[in-house]
Design a protein around this ligand. Structure first.
Ligand code: SF4
Length: 329
C-alpha cells in the first residue's frame, strides 16, 4: 500500500496541476467500479474502498499517453421516448418539436465518437441513454463499433423495458458480452405502467440470446432540476462536491448533439438557449475539443452552471406520466 502511494506521488510530481486535479476526480469515482455483472478486468477487481489497481492503472496509462480517462459519461442518442415521464431526469418531455433530437445515425455517431476518442486514453463506462435507446435504428452498428475501438471498457445500453430488441442488436450484444450489457430500468412499482412494460418477455429474449443484462429497480425518483437566474457559488460547490453528493449527476458527464455538457440539465438548457449566458463556457462542442481543454474541464472541482440550478431531492413515485402525453415526441 505504502509503495503504491509513493509511486502515485512520484508520478504526480511529473504532472501538471490540472492533471493532479483530474486524478483527484478519478479517485472519487470508484463508485462506478463493478456496478455491472460482466467479468471485471484485472485492474478493476476488488471491493468498495479496496480497489487496489484501478487508480494506479488509469493514472499510469493516462501519464504514459498524456490523455485523460473519462470515468463515466451518458450519451443521449435521441430525445425520443416511448414514455412521457413527468420527472424524467433527462428532460425528455421538455424537448419541443423544434428541439427534439431524432435518433442519431451510425455515421453521425462514429464521427463524434472518433472526435472524442482522439483525446482520451479510455472511457470506463459509456452509458447509452435516450430517450428510449431501442428506438435508435443503428444501435447494433453503434455498439459494435464502440466495442471494437478497444478504448471503451463498458458499454451500458439503458432501456425502459417497453420494447424488445431486434435480432441484430441481440447478436451484437452477445458478441461483445464481456464489454456490453443492457440495463433495464424497472418501473414496475408504478402500477399504471404495467400494461406497457414488457420485462418478462424482454428478460426471456435476452436470456435466450445470451445477452448480459442487469435490472435496476427504480422505486422512487427525485424532481427535475430547475433553472434560477440568480447565481450562488456556494450552492454550485455544494451540489457538485464529492463529499455532499447533493446532485444525482455529480460524476457523470453528458454528451448530447455533439456537445460535451456537465449533465442532462446542461444539455437541455443549451438546446433551449437558457444557459447560453454562462461564462466562461462550460460545455465543449466536440469539434473544438483538445486534450488540454478536456483535462482542464475534467479537473474542475465544480461548475458555475450548478450555481444556477436548484435540485429537488424530494422523493416521489417513479415514472408518473405527464398529463395528455403518451410518449415524449
Ligand atoms: S447543473 Fe449541476 S447541480 Fe444542476 S443537475 Fe447539473 S450537475 Fe446537478
Amino acid at each position: 500500500m505504502h509503495i503504491r502511494k509513493s509511486l502515485i506521488k512520484l508520478i504526480g510530481l511529473f504532472l501538471s496541476k490540472e492533471r493532479r486535479d483530474y486524478n483527484k476526480r478519478c479517485e472519487k469515482s470508484e463508485d462506478w467500479i463493478n456496478r455491472q455483472k460482466i467479468k471485471p478486468y484485472w485492474w478493476e477487481k476488488g471491493r468498495p474502498g479496496k480497489y487496489r489497481y484501478f487508480m494506479p492503472y488509469i493514472q499510469f496509462r493516462s501519464w504514459l499517453t498524456r490523455k485523460p480517462w473519462i470515468v463515466s459519461i451518458d450519451w443521449a442518442l435521441t430525445t425520443y421516448c416511448t414514455l412521457a415521464c413527468r420527472d424524467c431526469s433527462h428532460f425528455m418531455t421538455e424537448f419541443t418539436k423544434e428541439t427534439h433530437l431524432p435518433p442519431i445515425s451510425f455515421e453521425q455517431y462514429k464521427r463524434q465518437l472518433d472526435m472524442l476518442l482522439k483525446h482520451v486514453d479510455g472511457i470506463y463506462n459509456l452509458q447509452i441513454v435516450g430517450g428510449e435507446t431501442l428506438m435508435v435504428k443503428d444501435l447494433p452498428q453503434i455498439v459494435d463499433y464502440t466495442a471494437k475501438t478497444g478504448k471503451v471498457k463498458h458499454i451500458i445500453v439503458i432501456t425502459n423495458g417497453t420494447m424488445i430488441p431486434k435480432p441484430k442488436l441481440l447478436e451484437v450484444m452477445a458478441k461483445h458480452k464481456g464489454i456490453a450489457e443492457i440495463l433495464i430500468s424497472d418501473y414496475s412499482s408504478n402500477k399504471d405502467l404495467l400494461p406497457r412494460l414488457k420485462y418478462d418477455e424482454l428478460k426471456k429474449t435476452l436470456d435466450d440470446a445470451d445477452v448480459s443484462y442487469v435490472e435496476v429497480f427504480d422505486k422512487e425518483w427525485v424532481g427535475v432540476p430547475k433553472y434560477t437566474p440568480d447565481f450562488d457559488r456556494e450552492r454550485a460547490r455544494r451540489y457538485y462536491s464529492y463529499e455532499t453528493r447533493e446532485c444525482l449527476f455529480h460524476q457523470t458527464l453528458h454528451l448530447i448533439d455533439g456537445m460535451l455538457a456537465v449533465c442532462p440539465f446542461h444539455g437541455w438548457g443549451l438546446k433551449h438557449g437558457i444557459l447560453n449566458h454562462i461564462e466562461p463556457k462550460e460545455y465543449i462542442p466536440l469539434e473544438e475539443l483538445t486534450t488540454k481543454k478536456l483535462y482542464k474541464w475534467l479537473a474542475k472541482p465544480y461548475y458555475d452552471l450548478c450555481g444556477y440550478c436548484i435540485v429537488d431531492c424530494v422523493p416521489r413515485p417513479n415514472a408518473i406520466q405527464k398529463e395528455g402525453m403518451t410518449c415524449s415526441h
